[in-house]
Design a protein around this ligand. Structure first.
Ligand code: ZN
Ligand code: ZN
Length: 305
């Protein structure tokens, strides 16, 4: 009787094991499939906004094409050249939609991650002034502290050499003799390292920000924004292939572009509005681009952007 019971229990256990093996196999298979799917579909930049935007793509397409066929009917008081398919609103010339700010930006230049804001019609001047004065400050700091940097670097090298000598001396002595004290203090070492850090940081910022400032200065001279630079480049190539010359309709000559950018109407404004902080607003409303009377105009062939 006892043997029969034992045999029955063994059979049960075996069945139990076999059942669990199959379940484990199935679980492993599901896990493997899930891993494959996640690996294939993984995208670190994907979030709910991207998914919603992708789902709305047919709606955007419809808005884009309907407005192209029937023209812009709504809000006729806003001078526009196209319709923003995300805002479903008229889009004036030089305006672009920022997907991070989720709105249309007048004379959009770029979305600045450092400011966490878009650089456009009303704050482009502040952005450029910040870059320019920051670069000038860093260059001044780098040049004026170069002798201090050289001395600090030499002192750190000297400290290193002295430390090596001290350890070598300590190694030659018997274990009972005392290790000689360091020839420099902790404070001296920190002071020299801070000067090296200051100079390296200032020089790096001066180089990086200087390059950005130069790039923006070039764009302002040409009367373009960063986005228009790409659009105009393509347009220039396209027209060149047709044997035509492209003229930027928003460029009023080198001097004119700079004067319009900083709002310089008189010679005194170069000091009061450029060198000194000024809260004057950008010229115009950002919707129309008629040049002011104090800017010398030139004949250009107007091309909508
Ligand atoms: Zn928009
Ligand atoms: Zn933005």
């Amino acid at each position: 009787m006892r043997n029969i019971r034992r045999l029955f229990l063994r059979c049960l256990r075996l069945g139990h094991r076999r059942k669990w093996t199959k379940v484990n196999l199935l679980t492993d298979y599901v896990r493997y499939c899930r891993l494959c799917l996640v690996s294939l579909a993984y995208n670190s930049f994907t979030d709910s906004d991207v998914v919603i935007e992708s789902l709305f793509e047919p709606v955007y397409w419809l808005v884009d094409h309907v407005t192209r066929w029937f023209g812009i009917q709504a809000q006729k008081h806003v001078p526009s050249v196209s319709v923003c398919r995300k805002c479903i609103a008229p889009k004036p010339a030089r305006t672009h939609h920022c997907s991070i700010c989720n709105r249309c930006i007048l004379k959009m230049d770029h979305h600045c991650p450092w400011l966490n804001n878009c650089v456009g019609h009303y704050n482009h001047r502040y952005f450029f002034s910040f870059c320019l004065f920051m670069t000038m400050g860093c260059i001044y700091c780098s040049i004026s502290s170069r002798v201090m940097f050289r001395d600090a670097y030499a002192a750190i090298e000297k400290f290193k050499h002295q430390e090596k000598e001290r350890l070598k001396f300590a190694g030659n002595e018997t274990i009972y003799s005392q290790t000689p004290p360091p020839t420099f203090t902790f404070r001296e070492r920190v002071f020299h390292k801070c000067i090296i850090y200051l100079w390296v940081l200032c020089s790096s910022v001066a180089l990086a920000l200087g390059a950005l400032t130069l790039w923006h200065a070039m764009l302002i001279t040409r009367g373009e924004t960063s986005i228009e630079r790409h659009i105009n480049k393509k347009e220039r190539k396209r027209l060149l292939a047709m044997g035509k010359v492209f003229y930027n309709p928003y460029s009023y000559g080198r001097g004119g572009n700079w004067r319009l950018f900083f709002g310089v109407q008189t010679k005194l404004h170069w000091i009061s509005r450029v060198l000194l902080p000024s809260s004057h607003s950008a010229y115009g409303d950002g919707l129309t681009w008629k040049p002011p009377s104090w800017i010398p105009t030139k004949q250009t062939s107007v091309l909508a952007i």
